[in-house]
Write a protein that binds this ligand. Structure first.
Ligand code: C2E
Ligand code: CA
Ligand code: CA
Ligand code: CA
Length: 282
């Protein structure tokens, strides 16, 4: 094997060339996606464990490409993040989600909370606080009805800067949650350091219940995490709830809210509205 310098061209295989081209094509398509209105938000309900009432929903971004069809967020969010497009896209998501939530709050006549995902790059965007303020003001929405979901890794990237931004966001009156809790490898101490309100328990902490009620290690951790969170005055939302058994387990573990396919998958606004109405009728 040769030195570093001699290796470069040899590692750039035809497959990599294809990949790079595909990426560039996707990137320019993504750039146009916003102005061509190919992006839309789907909503997944969040239910109160005790009452099973819908108390809010998570906004999840979808990209309908005219040729490629539906491009999953796992593909285009990282690309948007790398290229910086996420900042403009994120600002659009905030405005759209707040506007939609305010409409539902008015038609239902009761408060509903909308939660919006923030990527690491958005958290470190100096425009973020202004974008959030604009979205709230434009929608005429009570700030307390907006929740922003942050991941552990974006908080740990630059903890001091993150803490400052979080304080400015909290000053607007909104709520903050830690998404995918438990998937990172950071210490729990950051929960004390950041002004967060909600912990979203990742699916990896849900027991893989079959017919027999057998939890495994991860399942044993869930009640302990809930207890810890409650000690810190945090609410716990379990995501990815797919079965009745897992829901029962989470209720017993003391979770406050649940979200998952068992109740409803992320859906278009019209379908979400039907879900809301059917829930009220029940
Ligand atoms: P996430 O924030 O952890 O969102 C939850 C994901 O789990 C969603 O995938 C949702 O459709 C899926 N899910 C919900 N219930 C269940 C269930 O019962 N079982 C299983 N297996 N999955 C369930 P989705 O919509 O494909 O989004 C993937 C990720 O893309 C999100 O993960 C989030 O990190 C990111 N994302 C989505 N929308 C946005 C956005 O507007 N902004 C940013 N920055 N990221 C977003
Ligand atoms: Ca999320
Ligand atoms: Ca999550
Ligand atoms: Ca995630």
């Amino acid at each position: 094997t040769g030195g570093r310098g001699s290796g470069n061209y040899r590692f750039f295989t035809p497959e990599m060339h294809e990949q790079a081209r595909a990426r560039l094509t996707l990137e320019s398509a993504l750039r146009r996606a916003l102005e061509r209105r190919e992006l839309e938000l789907h909503y997944q309900p969040r239910l109160d464990v005790a009452t099973l009432q819908v108390v809010g929903m998570e906004a999840l971004l979808r990209w309908n490409h005219p040729q490629l069809g539906s491009v999953p967020p796992a593909t285009f969010i990282p690309l948007a993040e790398d290229t910086g497009l996420i900042n403009a896209m994120g600002a659009w998501v905030l405005r759209q989600a707040c506007r939609q939530n305010q409409l539902w709050v008015q038609t239902l006549g009761r408060p509903l909370k909308v939660s919006v995902n923030l990527s690491p790059r958005q958290l470190h965007d100096p425009q973020l606080v202004a974008d959030v303020q604009l979205a709230l003001r434009e929608a005429g929405m009570a700030p307390a009805l907006l929740e922003l979901e942050l991941t552990e890794s974006s908080l740990m990237q630059d903890p001091q800067a993150a803490a400052l931004t979080l304080q400015r966001l909290k000053a607007l009156g909104l709520e903050l949650s830690v998404d995918d809790f438990g998937t990172g490898h950071s210490s729990l101490s950051y929960l004390w350091r950041f002004p967060v309100d909600v912990l979203k328990l990742d699916r990896t902490f849900l027991p893989r219940l079959t017919s027999s009620v057998e939890c495994g290690q991860a399942g044993k951790l869930a009640p302990a995490i809930v207890h810890l969170a409650h000690t810190l005055n945090l609410r716990v939302v379990a995501e990815g709830v797919e079965t009745r058994e897992v829901f029962d387990f989470l209720r017993d573990a003391g979770c406050d809210e649940v979200q998952g396919y068992f109740f409803c998958k992320p859906v278009r606004p019209a379908e979400f509205e039907r879900y809301l109405r059917s829930g009220m009728a029940a």
